[in-house]
Design a protein around this ligand. Structure first.
Ligand code: NCN
Ligand code: DMD
Length: 363
């Protein structure tokens, strides 16, 4: 086993300060909700969502979402060769082809939810079409139980890729971003990153991923234990954690998430992989989490730990565990509804509907 190479002083990437969402716009949204033709609070979390969006858009009512965009970060992981997944590693590249051909779940759900999809090969083992390979860092990240996932240079390249992709999407008009992933074996590094950052034990973070049997579960538990051992020497520095036990896709996703926050663009997080990247991203740029929503509760236990630490409550619980950004897409219609409530519902005054009966003052 190659010991983790500690970089000292630690490699640092710096991000600008994260802007605060607009509390005035949030206050206006709350006041407007109180005037709309419904008992106060009766739309429950939809009201909170509308207020959340108004604060991120810095306006009330919020604009309808015009260009929600899913970015699927595809990457292979050496650990997949150790039998920790129910599927062979070739599926990553095969699914990239399927995304491009429009046949994957992310394509179907994005069509219904009104989003477009971009696929980026960050570290797929096989060759992919040139239109998705612009940001390829390497062919597969290293096997994190025995070696570093990346070199320092590759880590920086992947971080820069994530930042550049977020900038390009926002510059092209994206007003909501959804982080998706594709990578056979990637629930193993996700679990290790989350365990390292939440101080959890392997047994608390291991999940069934693509649907592994008990033998694969044993191998995955060993891989997570070994990865975590290597991580613990590095967990003080989030960039080193990405390098030692993450991978190019996780580094790119983390930087993408930070840069989305820097660019004041709201994000819907998908499942355990996006949540692991988010946990690292919040370490890189504290406060970035204010720009993210947890779309759904995945069946992976590690995701619950990550979301708890990020203080993000998932919007949906649909027993989904696919990745690709599909959980984010399932939640997108809720965000659209929440915005439209604030723009289109009539007030009590406009509709001529009587408000609450004033209660007699108690003495
Ligand atoms: O999003 C999730 O929470 C999620 C949970 C389990 C599996 N996945 C997807 O399944 C693949 C990883 O699973 P595994 O078993 O190969 O580690 C990867 O392509 C993920 O997108 C995704
Ligand atoms: C077929 C398949 C599709 C996926 N999409 C995201 N992860 C996946 C894993 C598999 C195995």
């Amino acid at each position: 086993m190659t010991p983790p190479t500690e970089s000292f002083p630690p490699a640092t990437v710096t991000f600008p300060e994260i802007p605060e969402p607009d509390q005035d716009a949030a206050g206006q949204a709350r006041a407007r909700h109180a005037e709309l033709t419904k008992p106060p609070g009766s739309l429950g979390k939809l009201e909170e969502l509308g207020t959340w969006l108004a604060a991120r858009q810095r306006r009330c009512p919020p604009r309808p979402l015009q260009r929600p965009r899913v970015v699927v970060f595809a990457g292979d992981h050496g650990i997949a060769r150790g039998g920790v997944s129910a599927y062979p590693a070739e599926v990553t590249a095969q699914m990239v082809r399927n995304f491009l051909d429009g046949g994957a779940a992310v394509n179907v759900l994005s069509d219904v939810a009104g989003a477009t999809v971009r696929v980026v090969d960050i570290a797929v083992a096989a060759q992919t079409p040139p239109e998705v390979a612009e940001f390829k860092v390497r062919e597969s990240s290293g096997s994190i139980d025995v070696e570093d996932a990346l070199t320092e240079e590759q880590t920086q390249t992947a971080l820069t890729a994530g930042r550049t992709i977020a900038d390009a999407e926002v510059d092209a008009g994206a007003d909501l971003l959804i982080v998706g992933d594709m990578g056979i074996g990637n629930t193993t590094p996700a679990a290790v990153l989350i365990a390292a950052l939440t101080g959890s034990e392997p047994v608390a973070v291991i999940g069934r991923g693509t649907g592994i049997d008990d033998n694969a579960w044993m191998r995955k538990a060993t891989a997570i234990r070994d990865g975590l051992r290597r991580a613990r020497a590095n967990s003080a520095y989030p960039v080193d954690l990405l390098r030692v036990v993450g991978g190019a896709d996780f580094a790119a996703m983390a930087a993408f998430l930070v840069q989305a926050a820097v660019r004041q663009t709201p994000v819907l997080l998908d499942g355990v992989i996006a949540s692991a990247a988010a946990l690292v991203a919040e370490e890189l740029a504290p406060g970035a989490r204010q720009w993210w929503l947890a779309a759904h509760r995945s069946t992976e236990p590690a995701q619950h730990l990550a979301l708890d630490q990020l203080q993000l409550e998932p919007l949906l619980e649909l027993d989904m565990r696919l990745g690709e950004g599909t959980g984010g897409l399932a939640a997108l219609p809720l965000l659209r509804m929440a915005a439209k409530v604030l723009t289109e519902m009539a007030t009590f005054e406009q509709a001529g509907v009587s408000g609450q009966i004033p209660q007699p003052a108690e003495d």
